[in-house]
Design a protein around this ligand. Sequence first.
Ligand SMILES: C[S@@+](CC[C@H](N)C(=O)[O-])C[C@H]1O[C@@H](n2cnc3c(N)ncnc32)[C@H](O)[C@@H]1O
Length: 234
Amino acid sequence: MSFREQCQVVLTHPMSFLVKIWDEFQAKRLTKTVLPYTLVGPERIRNLHRLACYIERERIPGDVVECGVCNGGTAAVLARSATRSPLSRTIWLFDSFQGMPNVTEHDETGGGRETAQSHIGKEVGDIERVKEVLMLARADMRRVRIVPGWFLDTFPGARIERIAILNIDADWYESVRLCLDTFYDRVVPGGFVSFDDYGHWPGCRKAVDEFFEARQLTYKLHQVDYTARWFQKK
Ligand SMILES: C[S@@+](CC[C@H](N)C(=O)[O-])C[C@H]1O[C@@H](n2cnc3c(N)ncnc32)[C@H](O)[C@@H]1O
């Protein structure tokens, strides 16, 4: 956008311009806060922040769900606004806190040529670190549910009716598939589904592609960086 066009935007929509500046300032601050607690880079953090701001601005109802929390960096980005929302959201954080589970034949080699096998039992999150970063992000802890355990065991007990953001950062085929099978139908129209590992891990990509095919979904997958994707449900 040229300088002249930018000036026109400022003059015709001064409030939305100020909101945009404020959101960008918040995103920068949050990124700095959460970086030591996350495996995810700044671009993906900023994108999650944008989705979190959007559901507030557009008043998209529902809870926020993250599957794959580790030490809580991306969870904190989502939790900051979600837990203070006038829409009384709860943020649900699911993780084994025992590291990555076993792989299946769908998982193989990721971008950077690392093998999925070498990640089994790694990326062990610590609930105390999750709480620490949530507090640093000034999330309201009364609206946070940290649910430790394997998805297979914990998902059935979670009472979640509507979802505004479903953030799936669980790498493997079986994990991603289970997240979609369990939660997709609860994502409300206008809500978002985001995948951290679509470009990196072939198992994640396969799980998403198969799910789209099985449900005959035609949503455009928006690209964040080489790996992350998201779409908005209609
Ligand atoms: C890449 S890490 C998550 C990174 C995190 N979002 C961040 O900000 O750094 C993936 C996490 O998914 C969890 N995970 C993967 N599959 C799981 C499953 N089936 N059940 C429970 N946790 C699982 C692992 O424990 C691991 O902590």
